[in-house]
Each structure stands twice: as structure tokens, then as C-alpha cells.
Ligand binder design. Structure first.
Ligand code: NOJ
Length: 551
């Protein structure tokens, strides 16, 4: 069988850190790399073994660091390149892998390449970005930006106006526009080499791999993403040959393409935000833990926001539809399981946090699901304590509505929740000021807290290979409850998740070869085998159970 990933990825559980908001070590109000080093023991104690850091490079911070002005330099506000190397070393001592964020689709307009490219006279960088021949010329239906350079032309942006698209060429250049270069034009091939060298630069320093931003965006006018996939496969071949322990994780949100493009994992973002839910658009009540339509999620009432129930599967109301989710999931899983992994994140810096409208019990069910599913799970910082969205904040560094999920980590009850010693006004973003705002120290002290549940689930996943990325998956029931089996070798583990808050009972045909169940976690769910049937029941609901089969 082909090797689909480095061995370490199979047992990896990632923790995403938004560096500005994790821990401020020097009292300037902004999180930094030494701050992450100071919290590595916390992460080991929790039980995660891999980190994804959002971009921590020199940036104009018009888009939270996704507008890079120097790929090879750590942003001064986060520390120095030496701090990053120290972070890699300290993490390695604790068996923690660190993946950085590779923004291959665009730079900042302040990047030296762009400044050169924007000059009137032709130079080595003129074609590093996509410019038409004159500001008066048609853009060929593409969204382009004019008026920002001495060069006579408009450039194509990849996201915000200040994020010019790097030039990987056009899959089918329109002969009417000579500036649409083919993917094998020598100038655009240079851009690929630049990115490969950036990958090498950080893998040489000690990074374990990359989460790749907007991965499908490279080649323009690329139906079926054929040419974009070919470029990523080229990057993967380079990695396999030169850095076989490194991994590539895509923000593609369509595993059947991404995993064929050479990524080891692809994020399943469509149980997430509406922006990514092309598959499920106009299909209310069908996602797992977020509302489909943002307008249905928040109702603005003066300066306040009221959260409305969205009836996603993990809402205690029990009105969601898991079957709909699994129809697509199973199709993608079966088509891709020999290529790589589908990664389910609790959330990320672009989504609302999962905690709206939920208490610790509801959230524990979501964690039980994520940490027993196939693939490589990702936990967004603070989700392990149920940190909340802070709606209504003024947009910070291009965050807009995303700002609400980027507030400082809540460590304890001290000033600024232990995030920073800076004056309140100097903080990157305000700390959740609710009297009952969750914090790590309180939850560590309280047995049965969400933090303890997450830790227990992480330990269970780490102790049982059947629960890890490549364990087989068999869905027995996609309803209230959800029932599935994970297996690897002789080990078989059954999970039941009942997010609905009600008394319940449910019987299914006894799975083949099952004789007894031994609980791996205290459950609150009763399991009974009789007359060829397997029956589960529980009072009150909103709980989960995990059993070893015949163990
Ligand atoms: C996706 C990133 O997650 C997001 O934060 C960023 O704004 C865009 N890509 C553009 O780089």
C-alpha cells in the first residue's frame, strides 16, 4: 500500500494559534513567539502534539498577517527568526510539531517583489504579478485594481485590494489579452521556484510543514483546478524527495480535489461558515455546528446581537440533520481515504466560535465527535474552554466579523485574563469581560469541566490507534444519536453521540462479531446487547459514550 503521510501525522492533533492573541510575553499587548514558548507545557498537558500558527511573518497586517511583506522575516511584533527557531527546538523537545502558514497565492503590496513589479520600467519582477497592459484596457472580466502604481496597468488581487495575486499563469489564456501568460511561461515558473525556496527555508529552520492558504487560488481561469493541482503536486514531489517528514495541509475545502493535488490533509470547512458552504447553500438545518446563513445567526438589536437558534446537528434542541452531512462526507471519505485525510476543525480564525448558544455539555459532544472521527483534528485556541465570540467589536486588521473570534486567550482570573500585563487600552483586542467568561485555570481546577473532557478525549485518541487518522470508519446510524465504529487491526471502538437534550432510547441490529462492550470513558449512556440487537438509552441526553468492542 502506498505511504500516504509521514507516520507522525496519523496520531497528530493540531492546535491553531492566532499569534497576536495567545500569550504576550513582553507586555506590549500583543501575543508573540516567546509567549507561545512559555505555553508549550500547557499544550503538552492538554495533550495536543502539533501546532498551526497563522502567518507570523513581516506584514502590513491589513489582513491579520495574510498580507506578507517579507516571507523570510518574522514580524518584529512577534519576535525574531531566532525566536522562531527557539520555538521549533522547544517544541521538538516536547514532541510537538509546528506547521506554519504558507500564503502562496498573494503578497502584500508592500512586498519588495510587488514594489519592483509596480515600476514603470520592465524588470525581473514585472511578471511576478498579473498586470494588464494599460489601465484603460479591459480586464477580461477579472477583478483588477487600478491607480496604485506608476506602471500603466491594473493588477489582479487575490483577496483584499492590498493582496496582489502572484502570477502562476492562466490555464487557458485568452489570446485577446497578451498579458494572460500560460502556466509554463518562464516568468511564472520563477514564482513557483520562489515559493519552493520559501518552503525549504522554513523546513530547514525546523518547521514540520505548512497549512496552505487559499490553495485552489493559484492558476487563474482553471476549470476543474487541473493546473493548480499540478503545481501543488510539484511542491509535494519536492517535499517527498527533500523533506519526507514534512506535511502540506490545504485550505481547499474540497478533499476530492485537494488530496489528489498532493495535500496530506484538507480542511472540511463546510461544517463551518456560510462562505465555504457552496455544497449546502440554501439547505437550512443541515450543518453540524454552525448556522448556514449568517443573517439567521445574529440579529442586530441596537448595538447588541442576539444569537438565534440555527438548528444545526449539535444544538441541544435536537432538530438537525446528520444524515445529510454524512451523505457528502462518506462520499468524499471513500473517494479519498487512500490519498490523505479530511481534517475537521472545531473552528478557525475565519469562523464564528462553536460556543454560541451552547454550554460545556454541548461542546463536549462536539469534541467527542471531532476527536473520534477519521482524519487529523484541529482545535482552535480557546475552544477547549469554550471561549466565546465577542460580537460588535470594531474590525481589527481586516478581521471584520471574524474579529469576534480572535480575542485574547483567557488563561486565568488575573488582569487581562492573564494574557498580557499591558494596560487594557493597549491590548490587541479586548478580553471577554463577562463575569462568567471561561478561563483555563478555573477549568483545570474543576473536575468534569470542558477542559478536562477535552484532555480525556485527547488521551483516549492518543492511546488507541483505531481512533487515529487512518483507522477505518463505519457509520451505523446518522440520527439522534450518531453511532459509528472505528477500527484498526484487531481493535474496534464504538462511539455514540447524543447531542439532543431529552430522554432517549435507540436499538440497532447487533454489528457483526460484537459480543460485549467495555466503556472507555464514563458515559451516562446505558448499552445493552440482547436478541441480536444493540440498545442504547440515556436520561437527559447531551452526552456521549465510547466503548471498546469485545475488549
Ligand atoms: C484564508 C485565511 O484563513 C484568511 O484569514 C485570509 O483572510 C484569506 N485566506 C486571505 O489570505
Amino acid at each position: 500500500m502506498k505511504k500516504i503521510c509521514p507516520e507522525w501525522l496519523k496520531s497528530a492533533v493540531f492546535y491553531e494559534i492566532y499569534p497576536s492573541s495567545f500569550f504576550d510575553s513582553n507586555g506590549d499587548g500583543i501575543g508573540d513567539l516567546p509567549g507561545i514558548i512559555a505555553k508549550l507545557d500547557y499544550l503538552t498537558d492538554l495533550g495536543v502534539n502539533a501546532l498551526w500558527l497563522n502567518p507570523c511573518f513581516a506584514s502590513t497586517f491589513a489582513d491579520g498577517g495574510y498580507d506578507i511583506s517579507d516571507y523570510r522575516q518574522v514580524a518584529p511584533r512577534y519576535g525574531s527568526n531566532d525566536d522562531l527557531v527557539r520555538l521549533f527546538r522547544e517544541a521538538e523537545k516536547r514532541n510537538i510539531k509546528i506547521c506554519l502558514d504558507l500564503v502562496a497565492g498573494h503578497t502584500s503590496t508592500e512586498h519588495q517583489w510587488f514594489k519592483e513589479s509596480a515600476k514603470a520600467e520592465k524588470n525581473a519582477y514585472s511578471n511576478y504579478y498579473i498586470w494588464n497592459n494599460s489601465w484603460l484596457e479591459s480586464t477580461g472580466g477579472l477583478s483588477m485594481v487600478s491607480g496604485m502604481a506608476e506602471r500603466d496597468g491594473s493588477f489582479m488581487n487575490n483577496y483584499f485590494t492590498v493582496q496582489p495575486a502572484l502570477n502562476y499563469g492562466f490555464a487557458n489564456p485568452d489570446p485577446a489579452f497578451s498579458w494572460q501568460l500560460p502556466v509554463d511561461h518562464p516568468d511564472v515558473l520563477k514564482v513557483r521556484e520562489e515559493i519552493k525556496n520559501i518552503i525549504r527555508f522554513y523546513l530547514d529552520l525546523g518547521a514540520a510543514g505548512f497549512r496552505c492558504d487559499l490553495a485552489p487560488s493559484l492558476v487563474k481561469k482553471d476549470p476543474g483546478k487541473i493546473q493548480t493541482m499540478a503545481i501543488w503536486r510539484e511542491f509535494r514531489e519536492m517535499i517527498d524527495a527533500e523533506y519526507p517528514e514534512a506535511v502540506l495541509i490545504s485550505e481547499w475545502a474540497y478533499a476530492p480535489q485537494a488530496l489528489k493535488a498532493g495535500f496530506h490533509c484538507d480542511f472540511l470547512l463546510h461544517c463551518g461558515t456560510p462562505g465555504y458552504t457552496t455544497l449546502f447553500r440554501n439547505e437550512p438545518k443541515r450543518d453540524l455546528w454552525r448556522g448556514i446563513d449568517k443573517s439567521a445567526f445574529y440579529e442586530k438589536d441596537g448595538n447588541d446581537y442576539t444569537v438565534k437558534n440555527t438548528n444545526s446537528y449539535f444544538d441541544a434542541a435536537g432538530l438537525g440533520d446528520a444524515e445529510f452531512f454524512f451523505r457528502t462526507y462518506l462520499d468524499h471519505y471513500e473517494r479519498t481515504k487512500n490519498d490523505g485525510f479530511i481534517s475537521i476543525p472545531t473552528g478557525d480564525h475565519d469562523m464564528t466560535r462553536i460556543s454560541d448558544f451552547r454550554d460545556e455539555r454541548d461542546l463536549a459532544c462536539i469534541f467527542a465527535f471531532i476527536l473520534t472521527m477519521p482524519g487529523v483534528p484541529f482545535i482552535y485556541y480557546g475552544d477547549e474552554i469554550g471561549m466565546r465570540n465577542i460580537p460588535g467589536l470594531v474590525s481589527k486588521e481586516g478581521g471584520y466579523t471574524r474579529t469576534q473570534a480572535r480575542t485574547p486567550m483567557q488563561w486565568d482570573e488575573s488582569r487581562n485574563a492573564g494574557f498580557s500585563t499591558a494596560a487594557k487600552e493597549k491590548l490587541y483586542l479586548p478580553v471577554d469581560s463577562a463575569p462568567d467568561a471561561p478561563n483555563v485555570a478555573e477549568q483545570q481546577k474543576r473536575p468534569g469541566s470542558l477542559w478536562h473532557k477535552v484532555k480525556e478525549l485527547l488521551k483516549l485518541r492518543s492511546d488507541h490507534k483505531a481512533l487515529q487518522a487512518d483507522g477505518e470508519f463505519e457509520l451505523l446510524l446518522a440520527d439522534y444519536p450518531l453511532i459509528y465504529i472505528r477500527s484498526k487491526g484487531d481493535e474496534r471502538i464504538l462511539t455514540v453521540i447524543q447531542p439532543a437534550r431529552r430522554d432517549w432510547q435507540c436499538s440497532i441490529a447487533l454489528p457483526q462479531g460484537m459480543e460485549k462492550l467495555s466503556a472507555l470513558l464514563e458515559t451516562g449512556i446505558a448499552a445493552e446487547i440482547s436478541d441480536g440487537k444493540l440498545t442504547f438509552s440515556g436520561n437527559g441526553g447531551t452526552h456521549f459514550g465510547i466503548w471498546k468492542i469485545n475488549g
